[in-house]
Design a protein around this ligand. Structure first.
Ligand SMILES: Cc1cc2nc3c(=O)[nH]c(=O)nc-3n(C[C@H](O)[C@H](O)[C@H](O)COP(=O)(O)O)c2cc1C
Length: 180
């Protein structure tokens, strides 16, 4: 009998205001199939997420999705990677014990010899505290906008924010990761 895999409904319901921090040397890696199901994760991934590798393999990556993350961040990520482009962004992830950890994530597609997408890979480092301090309030506004006006509202809000700051999403993210 095949074991039922963990899914978002198995994520902790008690969300804690408790942060786990990555070390400067940590490098979290995971790989998914084209539908976002985890097919590989490294040891530090299992440690930060708080699940065993056997629980994670086959589970949808949204198992560790934190409710403080705006939907638009993942829409942007999926639109880019399905279009064979790269995504960079700050992600707050949810651990199995209800705590959270911030990462600076890079996601990209993996290709077969005919250039077809066969899987996706993500690498993550520790973000500087200044980046978290800058992005967390923006995510809060986006989440609130999505609650009332859906994705269109957060898209408009993000567009206005970038315009007011005379920047693009890519520029903003790279500068924040540099600590600028
Ligand atoms: C390679 C790869 C890595 C991902 N890593 C994460 C991650 O660390 N945290 C996360 O919340 N979503 C991650 N996602 C995005 C999820 O697939 C999903 O879009 C997101 O959790 C939102 O899910 P939901 O819309 O079902 O709530 C990743 C996707 C891919 C392809």
């Amino acid at each position: 009998m095949t074991k039922t895999k963990l899914s978002k409904k198995d994520a902790p319901k008690n969300i804690l205001d408790k942060e786990k921090k990555l070390s400067n040397d940590d490098f979290i890696v995971s790989k998914t199939d084209t539908a976002g199901k985890i097919i590989y994760c490294n040891k530090i991934f299992t440690k930060m997420a708080g699940y065993s590798a056997s629980e994670l393999i086959g589970a949808n990556h949204n198992l560790i999705r934190h409710p403080d993350m705006p939907r638009i961040a993942f829409k942007l990520a999926w639109d880019l990677i399905q279009d064979k482009k790269e995504f960079f962004g700050f992600v707050k992830n949810l651990s199995s014990d209800g705590s959270y950890y911030w990462v600076f994530a890079y996601i990209t597609a993996d290709f077969d010899e005919n250039g077809r997408i066969i899987s996706y890979t993500s690498f993550r480092r520790k973000p500087p505290q200044s980046a978290i301090d800058a992005i967390a309030p923006v995510y809060k506004l986006l989440v609130n906008a999505e609650k009332t006006g859906g994705m269109n509202a957060s898209l408009e809000l993000l567009g206005n924010f970038l315009k007011e700051n005379n920047t693009t999403y890519e520029e903003l993210v790279i500068n924040l990761q540099r600590g600028a």
